[in-house]
Structure formats: C-alpha cells, structure tokens
Unconditional design. Structure first.
Length: 474
C-alpha cells in the first residue's frame, strides 16, 4: 500500500463513516486528438445537498481549460451550478446520483513541460489534476468524508494505448485513492514502447516514445540503476509500482518531475543526449520517490540534498568520482552567481523568493553543496562508519509514521548532529543555519573525504550554468 493509500485507510477507519458504502464516481473520457480536446462525462453517487468539485487550475501553466460545465440529476433534469474561484458547486443535488459533463480544451499540442498537459494528433501527455473536475482529496480528508471510489474509462483514437499508473480492470482504470487519482501522470499514443522491471517488491514501467540521441536500452538501464541504487542507500522503493513516461518535448526545453508518489515524467528535447546532465536528472527525479514522495522536508533537502545524492549515486554507478566532482563544481559555479548567497539562508530564500530559475536558487545549488559538506563532515567525524545516508534513512523512518510525511528542519538537524557529532553540528551552523561563503577548497576537501580521490576545482570557471526545469510536485 502506498503512503497515500495508508493515509486514506487511516482516515477511513477513524472517520466514523467507514460503515457506509463510499460514493462512486465514474468518468467517461473521449479523446479527440485532431481537435485537441477531451469530452468528459461523469456520474457521482452522493447524499443530498451541495456537491463541491475542484476545477483544474485556470492558469496557463497546466495547459488545459474547462468549457461548458453542466450538471443534471440522474434522469437528465438540469441542476444549478455556481462557479467559485477554484471549484464548481452543484447546488441542491438530490440524494442518489448526479451527472456532470464538460469539454476540456488543450492550450498546447505538445506539453510545455513534465508538469503540464498537451494533446495533438499523435499523443496525449497529461498530469491528471489538469484533466479532471473532481472532489478535492484534501477537502475530503479535512471533512472526514471518504473519497469516492473512482473509475475511469478512456475512449482513445484508433490504435492508441494508454500509459497510466492506475490499477486496471479491463478497459477501466481504478485509481487507488483520491490522491492517486489527482496526482498522477497519464499518456497515450500509438507508439509507446514499454519496458518493465522490478527492484525488490516494487515493479516499474518505463514508457518511451519519440527519438532522441540515445537508445531506449540506455534509458532503461539508467532508470533501473537509479531505482536499485536509491533502494540500496535509502531502503525499499516507497511505492509498489512506479511509472516513468519519457516523451520528446519542445526544443530548448527539458523537464522532469515526480507527480504524486509514483509517477515520473521526463520530457526531453528531440536531440537530447543522455549524458551527465540528463542522467543526473533521471537519478534526481527517481530519488524524489524517497525525498518529496515518502518524506516531505525543507526544499533545500528535497531539491538540494536530493541533487547531491543523485550525483553521488550516479558517479558510483559509473565508477568515476569525476562525475560527482563535475556536478558539484557546476553547482558551485552557479552558487557563486547567486547574489543573495551570503545574505539569505536556504530556508529563508524558499520563504521569501518563490519562483525563479533553478540556477539562481540556493535551495538547489547551495543545497547540493550542503549535502556534500554534511556528508563529508559525518564521514570525518565517524571515520567513515556513518554518512549522510544514515541521516536520510532515519528521517525517512520518522516520516513513515506521520500522515503529513513531514520532518522539520530542527529534526533534520538533531539527527545530523546525533550521527555526525560536533563536526556535523559546525557544518550545519555554517551552511544550513548560516550564510557563510562556501569555497572551492571546502568542496575539494569534501569530495576527497567522500570519494577518496583528489578532485581539484576545474582550472577555469567556464562551466556553463545548468538550466533545468524539474518542478517536483510531491
Ligand atoms: Zn527536484
């Protein structure tokens, strides 16, 4: 059972409504690819009263727009609908069942990134919260009302097959919870190539379409390694089934993200090479299953420490510590260009300056270096008996016992100091709680501690800044 599924089960068990059969919500989704829209019809069983349905975001980022929303009773009698800021409210719904329908238009033929949706005559790529008008799982938890049992049936253009992370019973898809339903990625096309594998008890599927400068087998090996090495370092893959969807996106745009707890979208430009940067991205997105999926924390950990772990595990797989060094020095070069690097901590940055390119965000660039420096401090303090992975495993086990999956920065500090002692406490004070400048010499010393190899900074600071758009949505 996924963490979200477990959370829902606990809510169900404690809500006092568990004896009542849950409502059911069936969707019928027809995909009109040539005309870039979906036609969605739904039937919801419900008690009498107002029914509140969350709408996909109206902003352009999601890539879709709802049109012509209308609701009726089960026999077709019209019901009054109010549009509020982010929801449709069906008023005075009768007990029993109601129906609603809408048209969903796509702004983009090709998704503008892994967190957006696009549809054209060849394929659909979508994040599900931009497709469905549906009860909000968060609201459902707050009110203690069980989320309806969801069934989804897609009618696809001739020859297309659906790639989804939901359980399937024949042509029907069965999301396992409200979160599983709204926080997922789906895709469909005639030409997805599917590869399957297993790491421990978890299975995974890699769905690839389009051509890039690398083979499917290279990507499949990379994904398998990222999962296996993540599991070795941090414990079993946190989701029973993981899906990776890799499609060719727009030229000049590269994007990866974890949606919900178990679906990873990788949209790369058509000529992309699977070299250090994209391999590192793939490890990074995969490790979000642990940090961002199984565990929520301050952004510098979720993004920056994850970036460090991704770089280290990738370099370990390649058996070349220079890969880790190159990625760390690239982050250092970017960090050196961030104007607020000695005036804001990473945590205050994420409070005060949301948005912005990843290259100028301390939570990514300094966060990665903080991961390296803390790892080295713990290894020095314990003569190599412990490292930052031990802290991570401890934090993951704390998060596993919590509905919020969240660990606080103070808990992170306590565990780091408990395992790494005074040297780790000093490093934490300098780079996490403080704003001391991080130098190339410190990075070189930490790299030597972690890898055992001498890895001096590159002779010139000509490394181009790394431009990524990997917006996780845990
Ligand atoms: Zn990320």
């Amino acid at each position: 059972m996924s963490v979200a599924g477990l959370a829902l089960a606990i809510v169900l068990a404690t809500s006092g409504r568990a004896q009542e059969p849950p409502d059911t919500l069936m969707y019928h989704v027809a995909v009109y690819s040539a005309d870039r829209h979906l036609s969605v019809e739904a039937r919801l069983t419900t008690a009498a009263g107002s029914v509140v349905l969350a709408a996909p975001a109206r902003s352009g980022a999601a890539g879709t727009a709802v049109a012509g929303f209308a609701a009726t009773d089960d026999r077709g009698g019209p019901l009054s609908v109010q549009r509020t800021g982010s929801a449709y409210v069906i008023e005075r719904a009768p007990a029993g069942a109601i129906r609603f329908r809408y048209r969903l238009d796509f702004n983009d033929s090709v998704s503008s990134g892994s967190t957006a949706s696009g549809l054209d005559s060849a394929r659909l790529y979508a994040v599900t919260r931009s497709l469905f008008v549906a009860p909000d799982p968060v609201l459902s938890r707050k009110t203690g009302r069980p989320y309806p049992v969801i069934r989804v049936r897609f009618v696809l253009p001739e020859g297309w097959r659906l790639v989804a992370n939901w359980d399937s019973a024949g042509p029907e898809l069965r999301p396992r919870s409200g979160d599983d339903f709204t926080d997922a990625t789906i895709a469909a096309a005639a030409d997805y190539r599917l590869y399957r594998g297993r790491v421990g008890d978890a299975t995974y599927t890699l769905a690839v379409r389009g051509q890039r400068g690398f083979s499917d087998s290279a990507l499949a090996e990379l994904v398998g390694q990222a999962l296996a090495r993540g599991a070795e370092a941090f414990g079993p893959v946190p989701a029973p089934r993981v899906i990776f969807i890799s499609d060719a996106g727009r030229k000049g745009r590269t994007s990866g993200s974890l949606q919900g707890l178990s679906s990873i979208g990788l949209l790369w430009e058509p000529g992309e090479l699977l070299e250090r940067s994209r391999s590192h991205d793939t490890f990074h997105e995969t490790l979000h299953l642990w940090f961002g999926g199984a565990m929520e924390a301050e952004r510098w950990w979720t993004e920056g420490a994850t970036d460090y772990f991704a770089a280290r595990l990738y370099a370990e797989w390649r058996n070349d510590p220079r890969e880790l060094a190159a990625l760390c020095y690239e982050s250092l070069a970017n960090y050196g260009r961030i104007p607020h690097r000695t005036s804001l901590t990473m945590t205050s940055e994420s409070r005060e300056r949301p948005g912005g390119d990843n290259t100028v965000r301390l939570v990514y660039r300094k966060g990665m270096l903080a991961g390296l420096l803390l790892d080295a401090a713990i290894r020095r303090a314990t003569r190599g008996r412990s490292n930052l992975d031990d802290v991570a495993r401890r934090l993951l086990s704390m998060a596993a016992g919590r509905l919020s999956r969240r660990v606080t920065e103070e808990e992170m500090r306590e565990e780091t100091v408990r395992i790494g002692g005074r040297p780790a406490a000093d490093e934490w004070a300098r780079v996490v709680a403080g704003t001391s400048l991080i130098s190339a010499a410190q990075v070189a010393a930490a790299l030597q501690t972690v890898t055992g190899a001498e890895l001096p900074p590159p002779a010139s600071d000509k490394a181009r800044p790394k431009i990524l758009s990997n917006t996780p949505n845990p």
